[in-house]
Ligand binder design. Structure first.
Ligand code: MLT
Length: 277
């Protein structure tokens, strides 16, 4: 008898308590042969993937989680770093007894995904690099992060996030899809000041991942919004040239958040990628 997988209609998140008492919050559709893990960008949480969890749950088992300090995951006392974020994800996968995964990382989530490939290559069987880059921050980008840390420390979180929100989206989204902009800003404003500052420092101090790209031998799909101002298409094109056999798709009418701005195109690419396993 063939049993069909039940479609998922919403995200149910659960709390994983770590031995040190810290909480890692995640959602898991629990069935499917291939496991797709979504890693959100800065400063969002796993809820940013809700449309994808619903749309793709018949293709794969989908795990989404809140990066340390975001959503309902606790921040802990350790200094934030991309290594620490990747270690948290491995802890989650070990706890769920999941061995190999396909990872889809958005922007900072892409930094975490590349860190995973660098340090835990045996756990990754497919990679989606979405609106991200392999470079470390240059001197100007680093200085801007520390300027923003100072701004937040001086009570400027709202202004900082409103300004960031203005460059997240494509002109079409800003003009015609105001609901998406409003919901995204509301989500960003939920982030805790201390978490924002610690993450900015972690991103400023991250190391480059470009030097590992040529050694990647798993299937890789690179997605980038045509109007992405934060991680523009040239950065994706560079990664595509470095990773043998990788494919790059440009998402039209999208800025940095194509999975919200042009979700049909984004979901279709992910669907096709999942089918290739
Ligand atoms: C993100 O979307 O995760 C951030 O824009 C990444 C970054 O600031 O480098």
């Amino acid at each position: 008898m063939i049993t069909r997988k039940q479609p998922v209609t919403m995200m149910y998140s659960k709390a994983l308590i770590k031995p040190d008492g810290e909480v890692l919050n995640y959602s898991d559709t629990s069935s499917g042969n291939d496991v797709l893990v979504f890693i959100h960008g800065y400063p969002f949480d796993q809820s940013i993937w809700k449309e994808q969890v619903i749309a793709l749950s018949e293709q794969a088992r989908i795990i989404a989680y809140d990066v340390r300090g975001y959503g309902s995951s606790s921040k802990g006392k350790e200094k934030f770093s991309i290594d620490l974020f990747a270690d948290d994800l491995i802890f989650l996968l070990d706890s769920l007894q999941v061995n190999k995964v396909i990872v889809c990382g958005l922007s900072m989530g892409g930094y975490i995904a590349l860190n995973l490939v660098k340090r835990y290559a045996e756990r990754v069987k497919g990679l989606v690099l979405y609106d991200t880059q392999c470079y470390a921050d240059n001197t100007i980008a680093k200085a801007k992060r520390y300027e923003n840390i100072a701004l937040i420390r001086n009570g400027g979180k709202q202004k900082y996030l409103e300004d960031m929100c203005k460059i997240l989206f494509s002109p079409v989204t800003l003009q015609q899809k105001y609901e998406i902009v409003k919901q995204t800003l509301n989500l960003m404003l939920k982030a805790d000041d201390d978490v924002l500052m610690r993450t900015l420092e972690a991103m400023a101090e991250r190391v480059e991942s470009c030097s590992i790209l040529a050694a990647i031998k798993i299937p890789v799909m690179i997605l980038c919004g045509e109007h992405d101002m934060l991680t523009p298409p040239e950065k994706s094109a560079f990664m595509q040239q470095q990773i043998q056999g990788s494919v790059l798709h440009i998402i039209e009418n999208s800025g940095h958040l194509g999975h919200l701005e042009n979700k049909d195109a984004f979901n279709q690419h992910l669907n096709n990628f999942l089918k290739s396993f």
